[in-house]
Design a protein around this ligand. Structure first.
Ligand code: NDP
Length: 410
């Protein structure tokens, strides 16, 4: 018997709500709360049509700790599934502490006025959650989330020691718009335009955004794509929890068209996060841009193609070098048929549901603040196979992104 409160009625929130509603014996009561009540109601109606279940909705400003704590105290859920924006992570954690409710999210805290995301702010809550006997699970989406699980699962079952990690996120989908982002445009653009950091011999090395490019051929004929090295938050926790890693990199595919639009928008100042005055009002360019771009939740019916996200690990087993690749392939149209969303929201929302299920079922329940790879990957990996994100493991003869070209001088 578990009641959960999902916060955030966006693209990911919609998938989590559908997936939790499908498991009526695990999630016996569901409340969807967000800033705009009408968005919760639309999702609740879709869930009713698909699953027959009635879920409760509520309006809340999650930046307001007192308001959210009051809602939590009156509803008394077992836990919060936070799929609002990274800006709300700390206020939601504060409200959970006040109302004595467990916490989970899919993205680490990012201050609104600095495009910089790191775990230190949330790791600082360790003692408070531990003392309160509450659990906070960080980053239970796909990347971070499933990628942490893939790495931990390979480290546990295939290696004595892992030495190199490449996380490769390919989206081979096409939504037909000249330019749109697959999840919250503001968060996506802040992430993509940030400086690149990768792990090399015990420290993070910083390079210019998008300055290192390579080609990657996905398995199962998903295709060959240009991928770009960028910083991603799981690098911080994975290098901390697997100190044997000598190198760790994150790669994401982008089309030339996406990059050209982004370059032009950046050049004219539309991706800026500093407020500018316009007609007597203060406008933050990237927030205005977000208003103009298609809502990621609207991409579902238009997107065709597949995603292929996985981790390639090099390491040692019984004194021999070994390379293992764990990946998932997800079809945009199949996701839409199941839960009315494209695969980016789906691949985030399913691991969010599974992370919550691990906590509700007690498989992962322990007080404190935890990254995914600190917990046993086996039950989570089993559930990925069962609930829509099947994965495969293959051993590779060789792997190298050595042909990567650096665009730094361009
Ligand atoms: P959306 O912008 O589609 O949805 C965010 C939702 O949060 C909106 O409904 C928004 O309300 C609501 N919200 C924002 N501020 C508040 C607030 N102060 N109080 C209450 N509700 C609020 O984003 P996505 O669904 O695309 O992304 C959700 C989260 O998932 C983000 O944190 C993102 O970083 C993360 N993510 C993680 C991934 C992973 O693999 N780990 C991949 C993709 C996303 P309103 O509708 O009123 O604006």
């Amino acid at each position: 018997m578990s009641k959960v409160m999902i916060i955030g009625a966006g693209g990911v929130g919609s998938v989590v709500t559908h997936k939790c509603a499908q498991l009526d014996t695990v999630f016996t009561d569901i409340i969807l709360a967000s800033r705009t009540l009408s968005k919760c109601e639309v999702i609740a109606q879709q869930v009713k049509e698909k699953t027959g279940r009635k879920i409760k909705t509520a309006q809340v400003d999650a930046d307001n700790v007192a308001e959210l704590a009051a809602l939590l105290k009156s509803e008394q859920p077992f836990m919060v599934i936070n799929v609002a924006l990274p800006y709300q992570d700390l206020s939601i954690m504060d409200a959970c502490l006040e109302a004595r409710v467990h916490y989970m999210d899919t993205a680490n805290y990012e201050p609104l006025d600095t495009a910089k995301f790191e775990y230190k702010w949330q790791w600082e809550y360790q003692e408070r959650f531990e003392k309160a006997g509450l659990m906070a699970l960080l980053g239970s989406g796909f990347d971070p989330g499933a990628t942490n699980m893939f790495t931990a699962h390979m480290a546990k079952h295939y290696f004595d020691e892992i030495v190199e990690l490449d996380i490769i996120d390919v989206n081979g989908g096409d939504h037909g718009y000249p330019f749109a982002t697959n999840f919250n445009p503001e968060i996506n653009i802040r992430e993509v335009t940030a400086e690149c950091r990768h792990w090399e011999n015990g420290e993070f090395v910083t390079t210019a955004p998008m300055s290192t490019k390579a080609q990657f051929t996905c398995p199962e004929e998903v295709g060959t794509y240009n991928i770009y090295r960028m910083y991603h938050e799981e690098l911080e926790s994975l290098t901390k929890h697997f100190p044997s890693l000598k190198r760790a990199q994150f790669w994401m595919s982008f089309s030339d068209n996406y990059l050209k639009h982004l370059e032009v928008l950046g050049n004219v100042g539309m991706t800026g996060i500093e407020p500018v005055e316009f007609n007597g009002a203060e406008i933050v360019p990237i927030q205005f841009l977000r208003k103009l771009l298609p809502d990621p939740a609207s991409l579902g019916p238009r997107t065709k193609g597949k995603t292929c996200i996985g981790c390639i690990v090099k390491g040692q087993k019984d004194g021999k070098e070994k390379i293992v690749y764990t990946y998932n392939i997800c079809d945009h149209e199949a996701c839409y048929a199941e839960v009315n969303s494209q695969a980016i929201s789906y691949t985030t929302g399913v691991p969010a549901m599974i992370g919550a299920k691990m906590m509700v079922e007690g498989k992962w329940m322990q007080p404190g603040v935890w990254n995914m790879e600190q917990l046993n990957p086996d039950p989570f990996m089993d559930d990925m196979n069962q609930y829509g994100l099947p994965w495969k493991v293959i051993e590779l003869e060789s792997f190298s992104l050595a042909n990567s070209s650096s665009n730094e001088s361009e």
